[in-house]
Design a protein around this ligand. Structure first.
Ligand code: ATP
Length: 200
């Protein structure tokens, strides 16, 4: 095994800052989202991860999420104290459904020197090509998959390799049947859900 290392053996700061964009319904945000965002930040050398809650996800039309201000408040509570995590509420200011291309365009205007990396769950990967103006989107941002399931990944798409079996669906179902969600979501999120009697 090699014992001597030179400076170039270590990762040097990237000259181009990279920002991660993490879109979703976050209904509610859970610890899976947070662990994966932190993993992505470490693995990809991201300067920050921006959580972007969707007004209404085009992939989830038909289901009614919790009110946007509450999803936003839960996200704010979940990421408080983590300096690398940010929140962008711009999709909530536009009438839904929210399209990623609009968000990425706005973030690129806000961070013109940064490279944008868009984080998606494996379940979204299969339908990526159907996203609005996908070809343009692909030029503007690199997609990185949060490795949710075990299938092989599409060629050329990088992955953050951790599997966490937590979903917002499970959280909502547990609440509906009176089961505890402690340890699945951050405490501020659990308290807000309780206070506003969400997902009952
Ligand atoms: P739901 O169960 O309501 O579909 P969700 O838990 O998938 O919700 P979203 O708000 O849709 O939460 O998630 C935002 C993004 O994070 C999506 O790309 C989703 O695939 C991904 N994601 C959520 N949970 C996980 C997880 N445990 N592992 C990997 N990716 C995840």
């Amino acid at each position: 095994m090699r014992q001597i290392f030179s400076l170039s053996d270590f990762t040097l700061p990237h000259s181009t800052p990279r920002i991660g964009i993490f879109g979703g319904t976050f209904d509610p945000v859970h610890n899976g989202h947070l662990i994966l965002a932190r993993d992505a930040m470490e693995a990809l050398g991201l300067e920050r991860v921006i959580f972007v809650p969707a007004a209404l996800s085009p992939h989830k039309l038909g289901s009614q999420p919790a009110p946007a201000p509450l999803r936003l408040e839960m996200l704010a509570g979940a990421i408080a104290g983590e300096p690398g995590f940010d929140l962008d509420a711009s999709e909530l200011d536009r009438p839904g459904p929210s399209f990623t291309i609009d968000t990425v365009e706005a973030l690129r205007a806000r961070f013109p020197l940064a490279r944008c990396i868009y984080l998606i769950g494996r379940d979204n990967e299969a339908k990526l090509a159907e996203w609005r103006r996908y070809e343009e989107l692909r030029q503007m941002t690199e997609f990185v998959v949060l490795d949710r399931r075990e299938e092989g990944q599409a060629e050329g798409v990088r992955a953050v390799p951790r599997r966490i079996d937590i979903s917002a669906t499970e959280i909502r179902e547990r609440i509906a049947r009176g089961a505890s969600i402690r340890y699945l979501v951050p405490e501020p999120v659990r308290k807000l859900i309780e206070q506003h009697r969400l997902y009952r």
